[in-house]
Every structure is written in C-alpha cells, then in structure tokens.
Design a protein around this ligand. Sequence first.
Ligand SMILES: Cc1cc2nc3c(=O)[nH]c(=O)nc-3n(C[C@H](O)[C@H](O)[C@H](O)COP(=O)(O)O)c2cc1C
Length: 213
Amino acid sequence: MKKSILAIAVALLTLGACSTQGGDKQQEAATDGIDNGKAAIENIMTRTSIRKYKDQPVEQEKIDIMLKAAMAAPTAVNLQPWHFIVITDKKKIDLLSGQQPTNAPLLIVVCGDTDKTMMPDGKGKLPDFWVQDVSAATENLLLAAHALGLGAVWTGCYPAMERVAEIANVLNCPKNIVPVVIVRVGYPDESPEPKDKFKQENISYNRFGGKME
Ligand SMILES: Cc1cc2nc3c(=O)[nH]c(=O)nc-3n(C[C@H](O)[C@H](O)[C@H](O)COP(=O)(O)O)c2cc1C
C-alpha cells in the first residue's frame, strides 16, 4: 500500500520534471524545486495516524518547529484566530484524554480564539471561518510532526460541545478560547501503513460529475 502511494507521488513529480525546459539555471532551479517538492509530497503521502508512542519525551526544539508550521497555515483575512496549548504534564494528559486513554508524552490543544475573528474594518465578525483556519493549522502540525520523525493523531473536540466544555474547564480557557482539536504526539511505537484514499470517483471536471476532457 505504502509503495503504491509513493509510486503515485513519484509519477506526479516525474510528470512535473518532464514539463520543465529552458536554460541551465532554470533547469537547475526547477530540479531543486522538484527535489524539495518530492520530499514534501512524500511526507504528505506517508503520514498516517499514530496512536502508540515510545516512552520518550519530545524535544522543545521539535515542539517549536511544529508550532511554527501550524501557524504558517492560511487563515481567512489573515486573522490567525488561534491559540495553542502545549501539555506535557502526565496528569493533565490523562485528564484530557477522556474515553480514549493514551500514552502520548505530548498533547497540543489547537483552539480557536473567537476574539480574533473581527473583520479588519471593525464592522462585525467573520462567520465561522475560524474552524477552517484551526483545521489548516492542525494539518500543518501533523505533517511537521511526521517530517520530524514523530507520530501524531488528530482527536476531535469541536463541535462536540460537551467535550469542548470539559476540555476548556481542565485548561482554564476563557470563553473566547474554544478547543477544537487535541493532537497527540510522540515517538512512534507502531508503524501502520498509510491508507490509500485516492478515488477517481471523488473528482469532477468543470461541473459535478464532469469527466476529464
Ligand atoms: C475531525 C477528526 C476527528 C478525529 N477524531 C479522532 C479521535 O477522536 N480518535 C482517533 O483515534 N482518531 C481521530 N481522528 C483520526 C482519524 O481516525 C484518521 O485521520 C482517519 O482514520 C484516517 O487515517 P490516517 O490519519 O491514518 O490517514 C480524527 C480525525 C479527524 C480529521
């Protein structure tokens, strides 16, 4: 399975390589881009949820990189309506894990900050785009974890409001801070195959149900 996912990624990148022509410098730049691109695509295609972790803490340097990657995500009107709560305290980890106990040494709670959803002209708030913003940050975080040799899994909170309230209570969140996702992170102690989710039938061209010309 893993091999077929990689084969698709490599084929896409090879197509890209074939379409680059021009001077030596251009060619060099293009090849650099493809090499970088290859690593990025491979990282995306080989990420998978990891739920068992080694008894080994995650270094602060890696935590910082994951947080920077998360905050590099796009947001509506560039409002960055988020807050990240880093949990390394074992008791807190147990409290927050609720019905799904974990041995993760690290949780990152990705929250929306509804106080940061005002339109720049001050004329009211954006609708609930902040949920998409926080989700984009979460995916960046998962990909960064994988690139750093860590394993992670997204565990959803919002919009299960009882769960949101429970987590907000444990973390002393003010009203504007809404826990959306708890990302569990650690060094992997399992190596599941990435799932091949590519389905041609999920794609249309030019109209719903339209075929590629
Ligand atoms: C919104 C959302 C909520 C999720 N909640 C949970 C969860 O509560 N517990 C869990 O173990 N995994 C959870 N996951 C992870 C999914 O189960 C996982 O991403 C999916 O099975 C696909 O597997 P993959 O991540 O290995 O590609 C969640 C993922 C998303 C996007």
